[in-house]
Design a protein around this ligand. Structure first.
Ligand code: ADP
Length: 421
């Protein structure tokens, strides 16, 4: 796993050489003295000196060996901490019995604070936790005094609120005791996407049931009963209406899901606001219309940067709503004006309006205002959620001003391009 400095072989060699030299010294140094000197007093003095010399050399060698070992250990520790400090995950080591934290990497300190010395893992990583956590995995890490394979689990932290995938295992610490090592990766983004997906899927399947039940009921009735042509037409009109609703629901759902799940960089170009508005009004002008669609766009507006398809979709959704929620024969105006560094596009209708306390909530997914006027109008409450999603991806803002019974105006504010860019 980690490359060891390989000092053990060298140390053994030094110890062996030292042992041989020491043995030779002990065996032959007295004879050497006797051979070199005849005077007994000199021999005794030199023997004492020789003893001291032996102690000094031994001590120096021991010192060099211990220092080398300590440095090697320190190097190894530094290598490990450098690796763990460069990981974008919380890495910590805690005593298995006392829960005391023995190590916390830089990412962990930045997330939970650097005052971890002397604290237990449950105090440090959990909000208001005064005793070991009920879900502590310590018991799963060791069996018969030996480390078990890593235990992997997911968990929502009570301090940060983030989700983590944790890999826990028992390892031997520097003093040979078994300790707990945990590596925790932040998986909040993945969890968020999973949650959105679950929510969308369950809400969409719920929303789909209504039009599908109606379509099934009417077709079954036509197939199983004698129905007049007049009645058949009426039933088919309802089926057509429900199919349109289903189609809109699925279209909006897929667009919203794509935006939420895979926020890709937008393909953007410089766009003339007037063209965007004109294209939208032309689109609605093709079929015979029950509403008057009017353009109100002053010349010389600055351009905006954006994705033409998506901004077109924003306007289409707003105009469709304006049509859905206002009476036949009324006027729908598409306009734009400059405001400071931005351009504001707007869609105004003379329809039923939106109660003040709901003007913010209508932009939430699946939020529909439920009253008898509106229940007849098909929809799934996804159109405005998609509008808001697209507009915020363009660093813009969307809001409505509306008064009940008089009409609503939806505004989309986008940053304008400075002249000369
Ligand atoms: P829906 O598919 O229900 O129209 P939206 O997300 O487009 O979903 O709109 C959410 C709700 O906001 C609608 O159910 C409707 O009650 C209200 N709403 C949206 N646009 C208008 C409008 N122009 N006039 C009145 N009410 C509107």
């Amino acid at each position: 796993m980690f490359k060891s400095p390989g000092n053990n072989g060298i140390s053994l060699r030094i110890v062996c050489i030292y042992a041989i030299v020491a043995c030779l010294w002990i065996l032959f140094s007295d004879e050497l003295l006797a051979f070199l000197f005849t005077d007994q007093a000199t021999i005794i003095r030199l023997s004492i000196l020789k003893g001291w010399l032996f102690v000094v050399v031994t001590a120096a060698l021991l010192y060099a060996l211990i220092k080398g070992h300590l440095e090697a250990l320190q190097n190894q520790f530094n290598q490990l901490t450098t690796i763990f400090d460069s990981v974008n995950a919380v890495v910590y080591v805690a005593d298995l019995a006392t829960y005391e934290i023995l190590y916390l990497n830089r990412f962990g300190s930045a997330t939970f604070g650097s005052n971890w010395q002397g604290k237990t893992c449950y105090e440090m990583f959990q909000a208001d936790q005064k005793a070991p956590c009920s879900f502590c995995t310590n018991d799963l890490l060791v069996a018969d005094g030996e480390p078990l394979p890593p235990h992997v689990w997911e968990f929502q932290n009570t301090i940060t609120g983030n989700w983590y995938q944790c890999i826990d295992r028992a390892i031997r610490w520097t003093d040979n005791r078994l300790v707990r090592l945990e590596i925790a990766f932040d998986i909040s983004d993945r969890k968020g996407i999973e949650r959105i997906k679950d929510e969308l899927v369950s809400a969409v399947s719920h929303e789909m049931r209504t039009p599908l039940t109606a379509m099934l009921g009417y077709t079954e009735f036509i197939l199983e009963h004698e129905v007049s042509q007049e009645q058949q037409k009426e039933f088919l009109r309802t089926i057509h209406h429900e199919t349109e609703r289903l189609n809109e629901l699925i279209g909006n759902f897929l667009d919203l899901q794509r935006l939420k799940m895979r926020p890709e960089p937008l393909e953007v170009t410089h766009l003339a606001v007037e063209t965007l508005l004109k294209e939208t009004s032309d689109l609605f002008g093709v079929a015979p219309q029950k509403h008057r669609i009017v353009l109100d766009c002053p010349p010389g507006l600055p351009q905006v940067i954006g994705n033409a398809g998506q901004l077109h979709q924003v306007l289409v959704n707003l105009v469709s709503n304006a049509i859905k929620y206002s009476a036949e024969g009324t006027t729908i105006t598409l306009g734009a004006h400059r405001e400071g560094e931005s351009v504001i596009m707007w869609v105004k209708d003379e329809g039923i309006g939106i109660p003040a306390d709901m003007q913010e909530r209508i932009f939430e997914r699946f939020y529909r205002i439920d009253n008898s006027d509106r229940r007849l109008v098909g929809g799934a409450g996804l159109g405005l959620a998609l509008v808001r999603e697209i507009v915020s991806a363009h660093s813009g803002r969307v809001w409505t001003e509306s008064s009940e019974g008089k009409g609503s105006t939806f505004y989309v504010q986008l940053p304008a391009i400075h002249e000369g860019h």
